[in-house]
Design a protein around this ligand. Structure first.
Ligand code: KG4
Ligand code: ZN
Length: 329
């Protein structure tokens, strides 16, 4: 079995996965959403302190499996430096105490592998990663051959939901909140410009949309913003944010034959986005793969799933070499 640790942002999580059968025998995650909610976003120092409390608690719960471990894996990049450090320190301590090899896992490969938890992997696959930190289209040919085809020029998809939620004082994380509010709203009441709609390039941008929403909220505040206005702003924002993705994917699908397509990352839990992508994929004869809702946001099960592949390939690191990287080239 392999023990895997995830602490790249505001989720403390540990998993234990069987190497041969891919069975997830233990998985627990403690989210810090509530603690960060009052600040409208993740406060790195607070996140680090909460990981120090949560990770040992989770480890204690899976103590009985420690004797069966063959390796210990940990997310080492990308993420917040102070929170990545907590997971890496724990992984090193376990490695020393139990004399186990270490495996360093790229968090983004983890999101891709959220599709393959307790399943065989499927490559090649084109993946849209939408999270708080990233909005990317990745051409994944294999574990170690993944190419970024498109990325955001500024804010990410999930981050734009967090920022709009903050503008409306609705709390953090903004994605699920905005999605709920949008259900009661009229998505055709306000017209927000679809980002980069005139550009032939496949790339993303969310800062302009965020500013357009801010201006609309300012305007509504001058005439006293009511509950229905908030629902409508959320619905129109969400529709435009998703339409931006759809426009760029239509271009991609027209230019390339894509047999298998997937969406992963925390924001891939958005049901409106999922529904629109289902329709798009159907139109182009592409098979859409989705990770289970519980594995969309950060978790150690996906890190453990990557670690199994790395274990089989003999991709280990050492105590000296295992370091964190907040960004990746
Ligand atoms: O993957 P994740 O848990 O953490 C990162 O690696 O960033 O993603 C968290 C992000 C947050 O920005 C959150 O607002 C967004 O995903 N998110 C959503 C939804 N659920 C979470 N965005 C839109 N709609 C959702 N339903
Ligand atoms: Zn993530």
């Amino acid at each position: 079995m392999i023990l895997a640790i995830e602490s790249s942002c505001d989720d403390s999580s540990i998993s234990i996965t069987k190497i041969e059968t891919l069975e997830l025998v233990f998985h627990k995650k403690i989210s810090q959403e509530l603690e960060h909610s009052i600040y409208g976003g993740v406060v790195p120092e607070l996140a680090a302190r909460l990981h120090i409390e949560a990770l040992p608690k989770i480890l204690e719960e899976c103590k009985k499996y420690l004797k069966d471990l063959k390796a210990v894996a940990v997310t080492n990049a990308p993420g917040l430096s102070v929170t990545l450090t907590e997971g890496v320190a724990m992984a090193k301590a376990i490695s020393i105490a139990l004399n186990l090899p270490l495996i360093a896992v790229n968090h983004l490969k983890g999101h891709v592998h959220s599709l393959f938890i307790e399943k065989e992997s499927l490559f090649p696959i084109t993946v849209l990663l939408v999270s708080g930190g990233h909005t990317q289209i990745v051409e994944a040919k294999s574990l170690n051959d993944m190419q970024i085809l498109a990325r955001t020029l500024d804010d990410s998809f999930g981050e734009s939901f967090d920022k709009v939620s903050k503008m409306l004082n609705l709390g953090y994380p903004g994605g699920p909140i905005i999605e709920k509010y949008a259900e009661h709203g009229d998505k055709n009441r306000f017209i927000f410009p679809i980002p980069l709609s005139q550009s032939p390039k496949i790339e993303f941008s969310y800062s302009g949309l965020k500013n357009a929403v801010r201006l609309k909220i300012d305007e509504l505040e001058r005439t006293t913003l009511n509950e229905q206005d908030i629902y409508d702003v959320c619905a129109c924002f969400q529709k435009t944010a998703v339409e931006h993705i759809l426009q760029k994917l239509r271009k991609l699908f027209k230019q390339n034959t894509i047999k298998d397509f997937a969406i992963v990352g925390g924001a891939s839990a958005n049901l409106f986005l999922r529904k629109e992508l289902e329709d798009l994929c159907k139109k182009y004869g592409t098979t859409l793969h989705l990770s289970e809702l519980k594995y969309c946001s950060d978790n150690a099960a996906m890190i453990g799933r990557v670690a199994i592949e790395q274990y089989k390939n003999g991709e280990f690191t050492t105590l000296e070499d295992l370091d964190i990287k907040t960004r990746l080239k």
